[in-house]
Design a protein around this ligand. Structure first.
Ligand code: CTP
Length: 413
Protein backbone atom coordinates (compact mmCIF):
# COMPACT_ATOMS: atom_id res chain seq x y z
CA UNK A 1 0.00 0.00 0.00
CA UNK A 2 1.32 3.45 -0.77
CA UNK A 3 1.17 6.49 -3.00
CA UNK A 4 1.03 5.73 -6.73
CA UNK A 5 1.61 8.43 -9.35
CA UNK A 6 -0.78 7.77 -12.23
CA UNK A 7 0.35 9.52 -15.39
CA UNK A 8 -2.42 9.94 -17.95
CA UNK A 9 -1.44 10.88 -21.50
CA UNK A 10 -3.51 11.86 -24.51
CA UNK A 11 -4.87 8.59 -25.85
CA UNK A 12 -8.38 7.31 -26.33
CA UNK A 13 -7.80 4.84 -23.48
CA UNK A 14 -7.50 7.78 -21.03
CA UNK A 15 -11.05 7.17 -19.81
CA UNK A 16 -9.97 3.69 -18.63
CA UNK A 17 -7.40 5.36 -16.36
CA UNK A 18 -10.33 6.35 -14.15
CA UNK A 19 -11.15 2.68 -13.56
CA UNK A 20 -7.47 1.91 -13.02
CA UNK A 21 -7.33 4.61 -10.31
CA UNK A 22 -10.39 3.10 -8.65
CA UNK A 23 -8.94 -0.41 -8.84
CA UNK A 24 -5.67 0.72 -7.23
CA UNK A 25 -7.64 2.41 -4.45
CA UNK A 26 -9.63 -0.77 -3.88
CA UNK A 27 -6.44 -2.64 -3.09
CA UNK A 28 -5.43 0.06 -0.64
CA UNK A 29 -3.32 2.58 -2.57
CA UNK A 30 -3.49 6.37 -2.64
CA UNK A 31 -3.37 7.92 -6.10
CA UNK A 32 -2.01 11.20 -7.38
CA UNK A 33 -2.98 11.80 -11.00
CA UNK A 34 -0.74 13.66 -13.43
CA UNK A 35 -2.28 14.67 -16.74
CA UNK A 36 -0.36 15.76 -19.80
CA UNK A 37 -1.88 18.67 -21.74
CA UNK A 38 -3.29 16.38 -24.43
CA UNK A 39 -4.88 14.04 -21.84
CA UNK A 40 -7.39 16.86 -21.19
CA UNK A 41 -8.78 16.33 -24.66
CA UNK A 42 -9.97 12.88 -23.64
CA UNK A 43 -10.96 13.08 -19.98
CA UNK A 44 -11.59 15.88 -17.47
CA UNK A 45 -9.27 16.85 -14.60
CA UNK A 46 -12.29 17.05 -12.26
CA UNK A 47 -13.03 13.33 -12.74
CA UNK A 48 -9.59 12.38 -11.41
CA UNK A 49 -9.82 14.99 -8.64
CA UNK A 50 -13.14 13.53 -7.46
CA UNK A 51 -11.80 9.97 -7.49
CA UNK A 52 -8.36 10.58 -6.02
CA UNK A 53 -9.46 13.32 -3.59
CA UNK A 54 -6.25 15.15 -4.49
CA UNK A 55 -5.25 18.04 -6.71
CA UNK A 56 -4.48 16.71 -10.16
CA UNK A 57 -1.09 17.82 -11.42
CA UNK A 58 -1.49 19.30 -14.85
CA UNK A 59 1.20 21.91 -15.23
CA UNK A 60 4.77 22.01 -14.04
CA UNK A 61 4.71 25.79 -13.98
CA UNK A 62 1.30 26.41 -12.37
CA UNK A 63 1.56 29.34 -9.91
CA UNK A 64 2.05 28.05 -6.35
CA UNK A 65 2.58 24.47 -7.45
CA UNK A 66 6.37 24.58 -7.23
CA UNK A 67 6.86 25.89 -3.70
CA UNK A 68 8.27 22.54 -2.64
CA UNK A 69 9.72 21.66 -6.05
CA UNK A 70 6.80 19.33 -6.44
CA UNK A 71 8.26 16.85 -8.90
CA UNK A 72 11.22 16.25 -6.59
CA UNK A 73 9.03 15.90 -3.48
CA UNK A 74 6.67 13.56 -5.27
CA UNK A 75 9.56 11.62 -6.81
CA UNK A 76 10.67 10.43 -3.39
CA UNK A 77 7.16 9.88 -1.99
CA UNK A 78 5.73 7.56 -4.62
CA UNK A 79 5.93 3.76 -4.52
CA UNK A 80 5.32 3.38 -8.28
CA UNK A 81 5.10 5.65 -11.31
CA UNK A 82 2.42 4.23 -13.60
CA UNK A 83 1.57 5.69 -17.00
CA UNK A 84 -1.74 4.48 -18.47
CA UNK A 85 -2.33 5.04 -21.29
CA UNK A 86 1.22 5.69 -22.49
CA UNK A 87 1.31 7.18 -25.98
CA UNK A 88 4.12 6.71 -28.51
CA UNK A 89 5.13 10.30 -27.74
CA UNK A 90 5.47 9.66 -24.01
CA UNK A 91 7.39 6.39 -24.57
CA UNK A 92 9.76 8.26 -26.89
CA UNK A 93 10.35 11.00 -24.33
CA UNK A 94 10.97 8.51 -21.49
CA UNK A 95 13.40 6.55 -23.70
CA UNK A 96 15.40 9.66 -24.64
CA UNK A 97 15.29 11.49 -21.32
CA UNK A 98 13.31 14.43 -22.64
CA UNK A 99 11.84 16.26 -19.67
CA UNK A 100 9.54 18.98 -20.96
CA UNK A 101 6.55 18.59 -18.63
CA UNK A 102 5.75 17.37 -15.13
CA UNK A 103 5.33 13.67 -16.01
CA UNK A 104 8.53 13.35 -18.02
CA UNK A 105 10.45 15.30 -15.36
CA UNK A 106 9.07 13.04 -12.65
CA UNK A 107 10.27 9.99 -14.61
CA UNK A 108 13.86 11.27 -14.46
CA UNK A 109 13.58 12.38 -10.84
CA UNK A 110 12.09 9.25 -9.28
CA UNK A 111 13.82 6.03 -8.31
CA UNK A 112 10.47 4.24 -7.81
CA UNK A 113 9.66 1.37 -10.18
CA UNK A 114 7.99 2.49 -13.40
CA UNK A 115 5.10 0.73 -15.17
CA UNK A 116 3.85 1.82 -18.60
CA UNK A 117 0.70 0.61 -20.35
CA UNK A 118 1.07 1.55 -24.03
CA UNK A 119 -2.00 2.28 -26.16
CA UNK A 120 -1.89 3.34 -29.79
CA UNK A 121 -2.69 2.32 -33.36
CA UNK A 122 -1.20 -1.05 -34.43
CA UNK A 123 1.14 0.43 -37.05
CA UNK A 124 2.42 2.98 -34.56
CA UNK A 125 3.03 0.25 -31.97
CA UNK A 126 4.91 -1.84 -34.52
CA UNK A 127 6.93 1.09 -35.89
CA UNK A 128 10.64 0.56 -35.44
CA UNK A 129 10.95 3.81 -33.48
CA UNK A 130 8.38 2.71 -30.89
CA UNK A 131 9.72 -0.87 -30.77
CA UNK A 132 13.24 0.45 -30.05
CA UNK A 133 12.06 3.00 -27.53
CA UNK A 134 10.10 0.37 -25.61
CA UNK A 135 13.09 -2.00 -25.76
CA UNK A 136 15.23 0.77 -24.24
CA UNK A 137 12.73 1.20 -21.42
CA UNK A 138 12.55 -2.55 -20.78
CA UNK A 139 16.37 -2.71 -20.67
CA UNK A 140 16.23 0.04 -18.04
CA UNK A 141 13.87 -2.05 -15.92
CA UNK A 142 10.61 -0.35 -16.85
CA UNK A 143 7.66 -2.78 -16.67
CA UNK A 144 5.39 -2.85 -19.73
CA UNK A 145 1.74 -4.07 -19.46
CA UNK A 146 -0.08 -4.91 -22.67
CA UNK A 147 -1.17 -3.62 -25.06
CA UNK A 148 -4.03 -5.99 -25.83
CA UNK A 149 -5.49 -6.94 -29.20
CA UNK A 150 -8.94 -6.08 -30.46
CA UNK A 151 -11.00 -3.28 -32.00
CA UNK A 152 -9.09 -0.02 -31.78
CA UNK A 153 -10.69 3.41 -31.59
CA UNK A 154 -9.26 4.22 -35.02
CA UNK A 155 -11.38 1.42 -36.54
CA UNK A 156 -8.51 -1.03 -36.91
CA UNK A 157 -8.41 -4.48 -35.42
CA UNK A 158 -5.03 -5.40 -33.98
CA UNK A 159 -2.55 -4.82 -31.21
CA UNK A 160 -2.66 -1.47 -29.45
CA UNK A 161 -5.57 -1.45 -27.00
CA UNK A 162 -4.77 -0.29 -23.50
CA UNK A 163 -4.53 -3.35 -21.23
CA UNK A 164 -7.65 -4.01 -19.17
CA UNK A 165 -7.75 -2.05 -15.88
CA UNK A 166 -7.61 -5.28 -13.83
CA UNK A 167 -4.44 -6.31 -15.68
CA UNK A 168 -2.81 -2.93 -15.01
CA UNK A 169 -3.73 -3.13 -11.30
CA UNK A 170 -2.24 -6.64 -11.11
CA UNK A 171 0.95 -5.44 -12.81
CA UNK A 172 1.37 -2.65 -10.26
CA UNK A 173 0.73 -5.12 -7.44
CA UNK A 174 3.26 -7.56 -8.85
CA UNK A 175 5.90 -4.81 -9.01
CA UNK A 176 5.21 -3.80 -5.41
CA UNK A 177 5.17 -7.19 -3.76
CA UNK A 178 8.45 -8.36 -2.31
CA UNK A 179 9.30 -11.86 -3.55
CA UNK A 180 8.24 -14.66 -1.27
CA UNK A 181 4.53 -14.09 -0.71
CA UNK A 182 1.80 -14.72 -3.27
CA UNK A 183 3.49 -13.53 -6.48
CA UNK A 184 3.35 -16.40 -8.96
CA UNK A 185 0.76 -18.27 -6.89
CA UNK A 186 -2.80 -19.10 -7.89
CA UNK A 187 -5.43 -18.78 -5.18
CA UNK A 188 -9.00 -19.98 -5.68
CA UNK A 189 -11.49 -18.25 -3.37
CA UNK A 190 -15.21 -19.00 -3.10
CA UNK A 191 -17.57 -16.37 -1.75
CA UNK A 192 -21.25 -15.75 -1.13
CA UNK A 193 -24.12 -18.19 -0.79
CA UNK A 194 -25.45 -20.70 -3.29
CA UNK A 195 -29.13 -20.68 -4.24
CA UNK A 196 -30.90 -23.93 -5.06
CA UNK A 197 -33.90 -23.08 -7.21
CA UNK A 198 -37.31 -24.61 -6.57
CA UNK A 199 -38.98 -22.93 -9.51
CA UNK A 200 -38.36 -19.75 -11.57
CA UNK A 201 -39.06 -17.45 -8.58
CA UNK A 202 -38.19 -19.38 -5.40
CA UNK A 203 -35.01 -20.85 -3.99
CA UNK A 204 -33.48 -22.44 -0.90
CA UNK A 205 -30.28 -20.69 0.13
CA UNK A 206 -27.85 -19.80 2.88
CA UNK A 207 -27.31 -16.42 4.51
CA UNK A 208 -24.09 -14.85 3.28
CA UNK A 209 -23.22 -11.36 2.01
CA UNK A 210 -19.95 -12.61 0.50
CA UNK A 211 -17.96 -9.90 2.35
CA UNK A 212 -15.39 -12.24 3.92
CA UNK A 213 -14.70 -14.04 0.63
CA UNK A 214 -14.45 -10.77 -1.31
CA UNK A 215 -12.03 -9.41 1.30
CA UNK A 216 -9.91 -12.55 0.90
CA UNK A 217 -9.94 -12.26 -2.90
CA UNK A 218 -9.03 -8.58 -2.76
CA UNK A 219 -6.22 -9.19 -0.25
CA UNK A 220 -4.87 -12.09 -2.34
CA UNK A 221 -4.81 -9.80 -5.42
CA UNK A 222 -2.99 -7.19 -3.32
CA UNK A 223 -0.40 -9.82 -2.41
CA UNK A 224 0.26 -10.52 -6.07
CA UNK A 225 -1.62 -13.79 -6.54
CA UNK A 226 -3.56 -14.80 -9.60
CA UNK A 227 -6.98 -15.02 -8.01
CA UNK A 228 -9.90 -17.08 -9.31
CA UNK A 229 -13.00 -15.91 -7.44
CA UNK A 230 -15.90 -18.37 -7.66
CA UNK A 231 -18.76 -16.11 -6.68
CA UNK A 232 -22.29 -17.06 -5.69
CA UNK A 233 -25.22 -14.63 -6.01
CA UNK A 234 -24.20 -11.49 -4.05
CA UNK A 235 -25.02 -7.80 -4.37
CA UNK A 236 -21.44 -6.61 -3.79
CA UNK A 237 -18.95 -5.87 -6.57
CA UNK A 238 -16.00 -8.28 -6.86
CA UNK A 239 -12.52 -6.73 -6.54
CA UNK A 240 -10.69 -5.67 -9.67
CA UNK A 241 -7.83 -7.93 -10.54
CA UNK A 242 -9.62 -11.20 -9.73
CA UNK A 243 -10.87 -13.57 -12.43
CA UNK A 244 -14.52 -13.92 -11.52
CA UNK A 245 -16.51 -17.09 -12.24
CA UNK A 246 -20.16 -16.42 -11.39
CA UNK A 247 -22.22 -19.36 -10.21
CA UNK A 248 -25.68 -19.76 -8.70
CA UNK A 249 -25.96 -23.19 -7.17
CA UNK A 250 -23.79 -25.70 -5.34
CA UNK A 251 -23.32 -27.97 -8.37
CA UNK A 252 -22.02 -25.04 -10.49
CA UNK A 253 -19.72 -23.97 -7.64
CA UNK A 254 -18.39 -27.52 -7.33
CA UNK A 255 -17.62 -27.69 -11.07
CA UNK A 256 -15.91 -24.28 -11.09
CA UNK A 257 -13.76 -25.09 -8.05
CA UNK A 258 -12.76 -28.57 -9.20
CA UNK A 259 -12.05 -27.19 -12.67
CA UNK A 260 -9.45 -24.81 -11.20
CA UNK A 261 -8.09 -27.12 -8.49
CA UNK A 262 -5.13 -28.38 -10.53
CA UNK A 263 -3.81 -24.83 -11.06
CA UNK A 264 -4.36 -23.78 -7.46
CA UNK A 265 -1.68 -23.30 -4.82
CA UNK A 266 -4.45 -22.64 -2.30
CA UNK A 267 -8.23 -23.02 -2.24
CA UNK A 268 -10.13 -20.96 0.32
CA UNK A 269 -13.77 -22.02 0.72
CA UNK A 270 -15.39 -18.95 2.26
CA UNK A 271 -18.70 -19.59 0.50
CA UNK A 272 -21.78 -20.65 2.42
CA UNK A 273 -22.59 -23.60 0.19
CA UNK A 274 -26.15 -24.94 0.47
CA UNK A 275 -26.00 -28.42 1.99
CA UNK A 276 -29.18 -29.53 0.22
CA UNK A 277 -30.67 -28.97 -3.19
CA UNK A 278 -34.17 -29.64 -4.46
CA UNK A 279 -34.65 -33.29 -5.42
CA UNK A 280 -35.40 -33.74 -9.09
CA UNK A 281 -34.04 -30.26 -9.99
CA UNK A 282 -35.74 -26.95 -10.59
CA UNK A 283 -39.43 -27.05 -11.52
CA UNK A 284 -39.80 -25.36 -14.93
CA UNK A 285 -43.05 -23.52 -14.01
CA UNK A 286 -43.90 -21.46 -10.95
CA UNK A 287 -45.44 -23.80 -8.37
CA UNK A 288 -48.99 -22.74 -7.41
CA UNK A 289 -49.73 -23.03 -3.70
CA UNK A 290 -52.24 -25.70 -2.74
CA UNK A 291 -52.80 -26.94 0.79
CA UNK A 292 -51.76 -25.52 4.17
CA UNK A 293 -48.37 -27.18 4.26
CA UNK A 294 -45.69 -27.89 1.73
CA UNK A 295 -43.22 -30.74 1.92
CA UNK A 296 -39.99 -30.37 0.01
CA UNK A 297 -37.74 -33.26 -0.88
CA UNK A 298 -34.12 -32.19 -0.69
CA UNK A 299 -30.98 -34.07 -1.65
CA UNK A 300 -27.46 -33.52 -0.21
CA UNK A 301 -25.14 -31.45 -2.38
CA UNK A 302 -21.55 -32.49 -2.89
CA UNK A 303 -19.33 -31.27 -0.05
CA UNK A 304 -16.81 -29.42 -2.21
CA UNK A 305 -14.19 -29.01 0.50
CA UNK A 306 -14.37 -32.69 1.44
CA UNK A 307 -14.04 -33.62 -2.24
CA UNK A 308 -10.97 -31.38 -2.50
CA UNK A 309 -9.50 -33.03 0.61
CA UNK A 310 -10.04 -36.51 -0.86
CA UNK A 311 -8.69 -35.49 -4.26
CA UNK A 312 -5.57 -33.95 -2.73
CA UNK A 313 -4.95 -37.08 -0.67
CA UNK A 314 -1.41 -37.11 0.71
CA UNK A 315 -0.11 -34.41 -1.61
CA UNK A 316 0.70 -31.08 -0.02
CA UNK A 317 -0.77 -28.77 -2.64
CA UNK A 318 -3.11 -26.95 -2.81
CA UNK A 319 -3.32 -25.62 0.73
CA UNK A 320 -6.96 -26.02 1.76
CA UNK A 321 -8.78 -23.54 3.98
CA UNK A 322 -12.40 -23.91 5.10
CA UNK A 323 -14.76 -21.81 7.17
CA UNK A 324 -16.87 -23.22 9.95
CA UNK A 325 -19.87 -21.09 10.80
CA UNK A 326 -21.04 -22.29 14.20
CA UNK A 327 -23.42 -21.21 16.93
CA UNK A 328 -22.02 -23.35 19.77
CA UNK A 329 -18.84 -25.29 20.66
CA UNK A 330 -17.22 -23.38 17.83
CA UNK A 331 -13.66 -24.73 18.07
CA UNK A 332 -14.63 -28.35 18.77
CA UNK A 333 -16.99 -28.44 15.77
CA UNK A 334 -14.38 -26.81 13.55
CA UNK A 335 -11.77 -29.38 14.60
CA UNK A 336 -14.17 -32.20 13.68
CA UNK A 337 -14.69 -30.62 10.23
CA UNK A 338 -10.92 -30.06 9.82
CA UNK A 339 -10.28 -33.78 10.30
CA UNK A 340 -13.31 -35.02 8.36
CA UNK A 341 -12.61 -32.85 5.31
CA UNK A 342 -8.79 -33.31 5.51
CA UNK A 343 -8.03 -29.60 5.25
CA UNK A 344 -5.13 -27.53 6.61
CA UNK A 345 -6.93 -24.64 8.29
CA UNK A 346 -10.51 -24.12 9.47
CA UNK A 347 -11.50 -20.54 10.20
CA UNK A 348 -14.09 -21.00 12.90
CA UNK A 349 -16.51 -18.27 13.75
CA UNK A 350 -19.44 -17.84 16.04
CA UNK A 351 -22.25 -16.60 13.82
CA UNK A 352 -24.54 -16.00 16.79
CA UNK A 353 -22.49 -12.83 17.62
CA UNK A 354 -23.98 -9.64 16.18
CA UNK A 355 -20.61 -7.93 15.62
CA UNK A 356 -19.14 -10.83 13.65
CA UNK A 357 -20.23 -13.01 10.77
CA UNK A 358 -23.15 -12.13 8.53
CA UNK A 359 -23.70 -8.72 6.92
CA UNK A 360 -21.13 -6.82 9.01
CA UNK A 361 -17.67 -5.57 8.10
CA UNK A 362 -16.02 -7.09 11.17
CA UNK A 363 -15.31 -10.64 12.19
CA UNK A 364 -13.69 -12.53 15.04
CA UNK A 365 -12.46 -16.04 14.44
CA UNK A 366 -10.28 -18.88 15.60
CA UNK A 367 -7.80 -20.49 13.22
CA UNK A 368 -8.06 -24.20 13.88
CA UNK A 369 -5.24 -26.46 12.64
CA UNK A 370 -4.09 -29.95 13.51
CA UNK A 371 -1.39 -28.39 15.70
CA UNK A 372 -3.74 -26.19 17.74
CA UNK A 373 -6.02 -23.18 17.67
CA UNK A 374 -5.25 -19.43 17.49
CA UNK A 375 -7.83 -16.86 18.58
CA UNK A 376 -8.09 -13.81 16.35
CA UNK A 377 -9.80 -10.82 17.99
CA UNK A 378 -12.64 -8.79 16.43
CA UNK A 379 -11.20 -6.89 13.46
CA UNK A 380 -12.15 -5.76 9.96
CA UNK A 381 -12.76 -8.56 7.48
CA UNK A 382 -9.93 -7.06 5.39
CA UNK A 383 -7.46 -7.40 8.31
CA UNK A 384 -8.72 -10.88 9.07
CA UNK A 385 -8.22 -11.79 5.39
CA UNK A 386 -4.61 -10.59 5.74
CA UNK A 387 -4.01 -12.86 8.76
CA UNK A 388 -5.53 -15.87 6.97
CA UNK A 389 -3.40 -15.26 3.87
CA UNK A 390 -0.27 -14.88 5.99
CA UNK A 391 -0.98 -18.36 7.33
CA UNK A 392 -1.49 -19.66 3.76
CA UNK A 393 1.81 -18.03 2.71
CA UNK A 394 3.60 -19.65 5.65
CA UNK A 395 2.19 -23.09 4.78
CA UNK A 396 3.12 -22.65 1.13
CA UNK A 397 6.67 -21.69 1.94
CA UNK A 398 7.00 -24.72 4.20
CA UNK A 399 5.93 -26.89 1.26
CA UNK A 400 7.10 -27.36 -2.31
CA UNK A 401 7.64 -24.32 -4.54
CA UNK A 402 5.34 -24.05 -7.62
CA UNK A 403 8.15 -25.44 -9.79
CA UNK A 404 8.55 -28.44 -7.54
CA UNK A 405 4.81 -29.02 -7.24
CA UNK A 406 3.87 -32.63 -7.03
CA UNK A 407 0.59 -32.26 -8.91
CA UNK A 408 0.77 -33.42 -12.49
CA UNK A 409 -1.75 -33.02 -15.28
CA UNK A 410 -3.27 -36.45 -15.02
CA UNK A 411 -4.22 -35.65 -11.44
CA UNK A 412 -6.91 -33.32 -12.78
CA UNK A 413 -10.12 -33.89 -10.83
N1 CTP B 1 -18.67 -26.63 2.24
C1 CTP B 1 -18.47 -27.14 0.97
N2 CTP B 1 -19.48 -27.79 0.32
C2 CTP B 1 -20.67 -27.96 0.91
C3 CTP B 1 -20.88 -27.47 2.22
C4 CTP B 1 -19.85 -26.80 2.86
O1 CTP B 1 -17.38 -27.00 0.42
N3 CTP B 1 -21.64 -28.60 0.25
C5 CTP B 1 -17.55 -25.94 2.90
C6 CTP B 1 -17.86 -24.50 3.24
O2 CTP B 1 -17.52 -23.62 2.20
C7 CTP B 1 -16.98 -24.26 4.46
C8 CTP B 1 -16.89 -25.63 5.11
O3 CTP B 1 -17.29 -26.56 4.11
O4 CTP B 1 -15.68 -23.87 4.11
C9 CTP B 1 -17.76 -25.83 6.31
O5 CTP B 1 -19.07 -25.42 6.05
P1 CTP B 1 -20.20 -25.52 7.20
O6 CTP B 1 -21.53 -25.16 6.59
O7 CTP B 1 -19.76 -24.78 8.42
O8 CTP B 1 -20.15 -27.03 7.57
P2 CTP B 1 -20.77 -28.28 6.93
O9 CTP B 1 -19.67 -29.19 6.58
O10 CTP B 1 -21.75 -27.93 5.87
O11 CTP B 1 -21.51 -28.91 8.21
P3 CTP B 1 -22.82 -28.43 9.01
O12 CTP B 1 -23.63 -27.60 8.05
O13 CTP B 1 -23.43 -29.72 9.38
O14 CTP B 1 -22.32 -27.64 10.18
Amino acid sequence: MGLIALGVTGGIGAYKAVEIARGLQEVGHDIVAIMTPSAHRFVGRVTFEAITQRRVITDQFAPGANADIEHIALASDIKVLLVAPATANLIGKFAHGIADDFLTTLYLATRAPVVVAPAMNTNMFEHDAVVRNLATLVERGVHVVGPGEGHLACGWIGKGRLAEPAEVVSAVQAVLRPPGDLVGRCVVVTAGPTFEDLDPVRYVGNRSSGRMGLALASEAVARGARVVLVLGPVGLEPPLGAEVVRVRNAAQMRNAVMGHATDADAVIMAAAVADYTVSGGVHPEKLAKDGETLTLNLTRTTDILAELGRWRGDRNRPVLVGFAAETQEVVAHAKTKLDAKRVDVMVANDVSRTDAGFDVDTNAATLVESTGATDLPLQSKRDLAGVILERVEALLSLRASPAAADVVDDDAP
